[in-house]
Structure formats: structure tokens, C-alpha cells
Design a protein around this ligand. Structure first.
Ligand code: AMP
Length: 433
């Protein structure tokens, strides 16, 4: 199948070919014709599947064919959970609209609002936004959503995880009820299905990959290791493997900073990216990583969400996530759009139950290795790390069928909503991520 056969205009075909894409990815093949038919779409698409072009290309076609008013009201809104994802979607929209008369803008918290307000004043057709800054500027009358024709909720599962449900409801109330809705999510929880029911009209369901399975191109491996030996092992793997571009995940920002220091002492250029870093520092770290001046990027889950690093060869879980779905998101940073990649997890005794939950979710047994000199501690407890010690984003403490876990998951989720929301839309208050 070619992009042309999907019904895209010459201007879009030219932009796609400039990106070097030869064939549409499965999600693009399925979603583009449906969006062009003006259907509401509920898409299950893992990160790295090409989902952004899947909604952006047809959206650009619809907007460029529609009536364009001189003052350019915002006609399409893409809501994203994080600033990084917003910036990345904006970059994609700009590239794909290069040969069209379409203006786009991105707004998110954590940076001065003035330049954003002045861009909005000049009129934009497509706005990409995080919910907090969007509502902030709307309440200041710096933007209006009253002419929205297309709404995209990108990584909707993460938006709910981060406590944006109320913001999403508020945004809905500011838009005309007649509009096209596209909802993209890597996972399909009950909450996502409820959200979809409340927003989408007779949606067509599109699945690029089975829910929660990991991309085949990713080679997964676990190293069983004593907790204290993890820094030594990761340094050995990176230096002896001569790995040039490695994304490392830690559970906490304190852990990210600590690990970074150890790597730098070992002569490896490493930078941490997490909720405590300013937007400028995050952008700089990511740019350094992309242009290979920084060899290792150490990230927490929330900060890493939405990072688009093409052809990333190595992802290492320095610590396993306590939310199994995060594992899928993390390792989706490698093996992107058909490229192969390697995802390694360093697992110590108290992460055993996390590993079992992850294996259950992804439906495979991940091969295990032990390296000489970095053996696991036979006396260490396999009791899971206490949630109040490490993390309160407790959606998975090792046994997702356990009803008391589910209860604590619900209360923890609501307790964390406000914290996480602020953290990711610019007003940091969460001390862990
Ligand atoms: P996404 O899932 O939207 O984050 O896209 C992941 C990566 O795939 C991005 O680096 C895109 O530039 C790339 N990509 C998107 N569509 C295609 C395609 N049809 N062929 C090759 N690469 C693509």
C-alpha cells in the first residue's frame, strides 16, 4: 500500500516523501482513510507505530480543504499529556504542513506565556496543547475553542493516569458539540473506554497492535543483579558494549540524578531529565542526546513520555516500573517504526513481583541472565518495595488481581492526580518524578 492510495493530497505526499517515509505504517493505513471520511476514531496504538502521522496527515488534508477565515480561528486541537509530547507533535505537524497554507502552534506550561499568547493572536489553524496551559490561556481569553472542528486526544491513557480527567471535561465544555473526535491510547483500560464513550460518536475502533504486547523488533532481556551492584553493571554494559545512545529509566528523580553522577564519574556523558528540571534544561538534554553529544539520558517515566528519538538502539530499565503498562511505554522507545532495538532490565530481589506482573501483561517470559561479579544477593528479601518508600503511583504492586491493591490503587490515583497534573504542566510540586 502507498500513501497515495490512502487519498492524501499532493502537498501531503510531498511532505511525507521529504521525511523519507516510503510506505504507511499499519496504524496509518487503517486510520487515515477513516479520518478522511470524517469518522470518530478510537485507536489503540503503541508509541513508535507512526500514530502521529496517522492523525496529523488526514487532519491537515481536511483543514486545508475546508473554508479558511481571515482571522484563522483554531479549528483543530491536539491535547497531549506532556510538554515533550506536545513539542514533538508540533514538530510533526510543522513538517507535514510544509507545503500547505496551515498555521500551527504549541502551548504548554513551565515557560513564559507571552510568546504563546502573541502567536495565538496572529491566528492558528491547529493548536497542540497540554491541558493546564490551554485552560489557563482560555480563561484569560487568549484563545477560543468555539470553532473546533477536530479534536485529538493523544496518549489519552497517560492523560488519565496523570489526573487530567477534570481538565479534559472542562475542555470538552468549551468546544462545539458537533466535531470530529480522535482518541489515541497505548492501552485500553476501563477508564479509557468510559472516556471514549463520553466523547466519541459511533467511533470506529482501530488497533495497530494487540493491546499491551511489546513490539516484536525489540529484544528483551533481564539481568538478575544485587541492588548495590546495579550502577556497576550498567556502566559495564554501556562501556564494554560501546553503546553510543542509551535511554535509562529510573523510578525516581533522585535516583536519576544519583545514577547520572555515577556515570559521569565513570567517564560516560549522561544527563537526567525529570520533573524538577526546567523546560529549557529538558529541551537541551534531549537535543544533546539526539545529536549524540550526550551518550546516556536518564529519565523518569513521566519526563520520558512522548520522547521521540528515532532508531534508539538501547533502553535500560535501571529499575522496573511498579506500573506494568509503563514497561510497555518505556521499551517502546526502541525498535521504532520497524527498526530493531534492545531493552534490558536490571532486576533485583524486591522487584521480582513487578517482573512477574510485566511478563503477565506482555504475555511472554523475558530471558534472564546473570553476569559474573554482578550476581543477585541470595539473602535479599523478595518483598516488593513499600509504596510509601518509593512511589505512590501505585497501580500495580505485583498482583493486579488483589482487591486490597486495587483499593489502594484507586485512592492513590486520586491522591496523586493534582500533584502529577501540576508537575507536568509546569508548576512542579511532585517530589519524586
Ligand atoms: P510516532 O509513533 O508517531 O511517535 O512515530 C514514531 C516514529 O516513526 C517517528 O520518528 C516518525 O517520524 C516515524 N514514522 C512515522 N511514520 C512513518 C512511516 N510511514 N515510515 C517510517 N517512519 C515513520
Amino acid at each position: 500500500m502507498s500513501f497515495k492510495s490512502l487519498g492524501l493530497s499532493e502537498a501531503l505526499l510531498k511532505a511525507v516523501s521529504k521525511q523519507g517515509y516510503t510506505n504507511p505504517s499499519p496504524i496509518q493505513e487503517k486510520a487515515i482513510p477513516l479520518v478522511l471520511e470524517r469518522k470518530d476514531v478510537l485507536a489503540s496504538a503503541q508509541t513508535g507505530t507512526g500514530k502521529t502521522a496517522g492523525f496529523t496527515l488526514p487532519m491537515l488534508q481536511i483543514l486545508s480543504q475546508g473554508q479558511q477565515l481571515r482571522h484563522r480561528p483554531i479549528r483543530a486541537l491536539v491535547l497531549t499529556p506532556t510538554r515533550e509530547l506536545a513539542a514533538q507533535v508540533y514538530d510533526n505537524v510543522k513538517s507535514y504542513s510544509e507545503f500547505l497554507n496551515i498555521k500551527s502552534a504549541v502551548i504548554f506550561g513551565g515557560v513564559n506565556q507571552k510568546p504563546q499568547v502573541s502567536t495565538l493572536r496572529q491566528g492558528v489553524d491547529i493548536l497542540i496543547a497540554t491541558p493546564g496551559r490551554l485552560l489557563d490561556l482560555e480563561s484569560q481569553r487568549a484563545l477560543s475553542l468555539s470553532k473546533i472542528e477536530i479534536l485529538v486526544l493523544d496518549e489519552a491513557d497517560r492523560m488519565l493516569d496523570m489526573g487530567f480527567k477534570r481538565d479534559i471535561d472542562k475542555v470538552m465544555s468549551l468546544m462545539p458539540s458537533r466535531r470530529q473526535n480522535l482518541l489515541f491510547s497505548a492501552t485500553f483500560s476501563r477508564e479509557i473506554k468510559n472516556l471514549a464513550n463520553s466523547i466519541l460518536h459511533h467511533p470506529v475502533l482501530v488497533e495497530a497492535t494487540p493491546e499491551n504486547t511489546t513490539v516484536d523488533a525489540i529484544k528483551q532481556k533481564v539481568f538478575r543483579v544485587a541492588k548495590a551492584k546495579k550502577p556497576g553493571l550498567i556502566i559495564k554494559l554501556i562501556t564494554e558494549g560501546n553503546w553510543k545512545q542509551v535511554l535509562v529509566f529510573t523510578r525516581t528523580k533522585h535516583g536519576a540524578n544519583n545514577l547520572c553522577k555515577k556515570m559521569v564519574s565513570a567517564g560516560i556523558t549522561a544527563v537526567a531529565i525529570h520533573g524538577n528540571k526546567s523546560q529549557g534544561a529538558r529541551t537541551k538534554a534531549l537535543a544533546g542526546f539526539k545529536n549524540n553529544t550526550v551518550r546516556v539520558l536518564v529519565a523518569t517515566d513521566i519526563a520520558a513520555r512522548g520522547l521521540d528519538i528515532p532508531l534508539l538502539p538501547h533502553v535500560i530499565n535501571f529499575e522496573l516500573p511498579n506500573i506494568s503498562e509503563d514497561y510497555v511505554h518505556r521499551i517502546g522507545r526502541t525498535g521504532r517504526a520497524g527498526a530493531s532495538g534492545e531493552a534490558i532490565s536490571l532486576v533485583c530481589a524486591d522487584e521480582t513481583s513487578y517482573l512477574r506482573s510485566i511478563e503477565k501483561l506482555v504475555g511472554i517470559r523475558i530471558p534472564v541472565e546473570v553476569l559474573e561479579g554482578f550476581e543477585p544477593d541470595p539473602n535479599a528479601s523478595t518483598e516488593p518495595i513499600k509504596q510509601n518508600q518509593r512511589s505512590s503511583r501505585s497501580r500495580n504492586s505485583g498482583n493486579s488481581n488483589n482487591s486490597s491493591n486495587n483499593r489502594s490503587r484507586r485512592s492513590n490515583k486520586s491522591n496523586n492526580s493534582k500533584r502529577s497534573r501540576r508537575n507536568n504542566d509546569g508548576r512542579s510540586s511532585d517530589r519524586r518524578y
